[in-house]
Design a protein around this ligand. Structure first.
Ligand code: SF4
Ligand code: FES
Length: 247
């Protein structure tokens, strides 16, 4: 495949940034989107140009690093996947593809496609922990957990912190992320001692970090690569209402 990419280039946080067009030739339809960017970067380096900065690590859909907007959609047109798991066969020979960083006030651009997602860390630091002693691996069965609760907690725990939910939300809200983190601990017996303080503290941290409020648009769950359901935001709001006076 021969394609054109229009990539957001921004030297640093203070730079205004601009879209730059590049031709990328002879790309296999089975290449991943990141491999296509690798090919572009190899050419830029050989030409003595600055390669495009982008985040990546596992390249197998589990670390959440590879966030970018592709043709205006978080993680691209396939939806519910990560950029590293998106393949070029979802595009056509001759296509022009726009590639931009996450656009959210709480995720400032560091360089090109790389944004600072440290705001997520402040939410986790505010309540993403338990204090109940859980022992070592052999003690794992000492506290019985009903199967439906274990399954629901596991589903919530699959959130990889990629930030696609924030990038897709017209309000730049991180409610789906926070809801997943609150649910995955709050559904388990070990998470009960901090259940009230956790939800209030994490929502306060979310507001302090500059994320917007949730107005139930649902864009977040549409692009979430792990299928975190919107119902967890309802659960978060219920927990918050019950906890606000108890902390
Ligand atoms: S809720 Fe989904 S989209 Fe949001 S950070 Fe977690 S995995 Fe990514
Ligand atoms: S590089 Fe880890 S999820 Fe894409």
């Amino acid at each position: 495949m021969d394609i054109q990419v229009r990539v957001w280039r921004q030297q640093g946080p203070a730079d205004k940034g601009r879209m730059v067009t590049y031709d990328v030739k002879d790309i296999s339809p089975d290449a991943s989107f990141l491999e296509m960017l690798d090919v572009l970067n190899e050419k830029l380096i050989l030409d003595g140009d600055d390669p495009v900065a982008f985040d990546h690590d596992c390249r197998e859909g589990i670390c959440g690093m590879c966030g970018m907007m592709i043709n205006g959609v978080a993680h691209g047109p396939e939806r519910a996947t990560t950029t590293c798991q998106l393949h070029m066969r979802h595009f056509k020979d001759g296509d022009t593809i726009d590639v931009e960083p996450w656009r959210a006030a709480a995720f400032p651009v560091i360089k090109d496609l790389v944004v600072d997602r440290g705001a997520f860390d402040t939410i986790i630091q505010a309540g993403g922990y338990i204090t109940a002693p859980t022992g070592t691996a052999p003690d794992a069965h000492a506290t019985p957990v009903p199967k439906p609760d274990a399954d629901a907690a596991f589903e919530a725990a699959t959130c990889i912190g990629c930030g696609a939910c924030v990038a897709a939300c017209p309000n730049g809200s991180s409610m789906l992320f926070t809801a997943a983190k609150v649910a995955h601990l709050g559904l388990l017996p070990q998470g009960q001692p901090e259940r009230s303080s956790r939800v209030v503290d994490m929502l306060e941290a979310q507001d302090d970090a500059g994320f917007g409020g949730c107005t139930n648009m649902g864009e977040c769950t549409t692009v979430c690569p792990k299928g975190i359901p919107l119902t967890l935001i309802g659960r978060l709001n219920n927990d918050y209402r019950k906890s606000i006076g108890k902390r």
